[in-house]
Write a protein that binds this ligand. Structure first.
Ligand SMILES: C[S@@+](CC[C@H](N)C(=O)[O-])C[C@H]1O[C@@H](n2cnc3c(N)ncnc32)[C@H](O)[C@@H]1O
Length: 263
């Protein structure tokens, strides 16, 4: 690891750095990898760990844009990304993140972690090598507050169910009140794990991805009103139950149970 890399990924107190300097860097390219070299590294990762990576190509620019819009990052202070892969989504989140915010990226594949550390030069980013199940520990080790936003690229459909359940519980337990979860998947399995904890999501398809992807959004109740009961009458009206999701993010999204798009 060279000095620059060490500095970039050093464990730091929350929101360090000179905001002006960080703001200046936001407009500069955040990585030296091209989409092609990212795609090649991603494919190698898939060949080595097909069930963990669960896709042969990284997310499209269209999906990245939809995820960033759904994450509504303008006021975010601490954001967690689960499953950043080769970093396309990570770079897109960093471009939208306020200068003093932090992005904790938790990735189980050590090769992907090495690439993220080497190629994304942004002091707001902390890369944690390990499973998303260890979200609480990763936040605690960096002294980070409960995240305002959790973005998940985790392939819930191909994970062992007990691991998927632990990840869903970790997301719910660590998310700040009023915080938001954005998860993208082709299959709706992630909603099966998170809906019992956070209520029915809003969902929208991104058709310009291969394969097309669903983007699910939940907003945790701001008040500590306990776990929503999906069978209650309120559960049929997720936007009312979950406070006020950002208007732009959910403008075209539908309540998931009414989404009649293909599975
Ligand atoms: C479908 S890829 C998404 C990659 C990237 N975010 C994108 O959109 O191109 C899923 C990623 O989740 C990672 N992953 C799978 N299981 C994980 C776990 N339990 N904890 C953390 N990351 C995991 C994989 O290694 C892979 O990088």
């Amino acid at each position: 690891m060279n000095d620059k890399t060490k500095q970039t990924n050093a464990v730091a107190a929350p929101y360090p750095g000179d905001p002006m300097a960080i703001a200046a860097r936001r407009d500069a390219p955040t990585g030296r990898a091209s989409r092609l070299t990212d795609a090649m590294a991603f494919l190698r990762g898939f060949i080595a760990h097909p069930l963990e990576v669960a896709s042969v190509v990284p997310s499209s620019v269209f999906l990245e844009a939809r995820v960033v819009q759904a994450a509504d990052l303008a006021q975010a202070r601490c954001v967690v990304e689960l499953g950043p892969g080769t970093g396309g989504t990570t770079r897109a989140l960093l471009r939208a993140l306020p200068p003093q915010a932090r992005l904790l990226a938790i990735e189980v594949n050590p090769g992907f972690c090495g690439r993220l550390r080497r190629l994304i030069d942004d002091p707001r980013l902390v890369v944690h090598a390990g499973s998303a199940e260890s979200l609480a520990e990763a936040l605690r080790r960096r002294g980070l507050p409960p995240p305002d936003v959790v973005v998940s690229g985790i392939p819930f459909s191909t994970l062992p169910p007990d691991s998927a359940e632990r990840i869903a519980e970790a997301i719910h337990a660590n998310l700040a009140p009023g915080g938001r979860v954005v998860a993208y998947q082709w299959r709706p399995r992630v909603a099966g794990y998170l809906a019992p904890l956070l209520g029915p999501p809003r969902a929208a398809w991104e058709w310009r991805s291969l394969p097309p992807m669903r983007v699910f959004v939940w907003v945790k109740p701001a008040a500590a009103s306990g776990t929503p009961n999906p069978s209650s009458p309120d559960a049929a009206a997720p936007s009312a139950m979950h406070g006020a999701p950002g208007p732009a993010a959910l403008a075209h999204a539908k309540p998931w149970p009414n989404d009649r798009s293909p599975p």
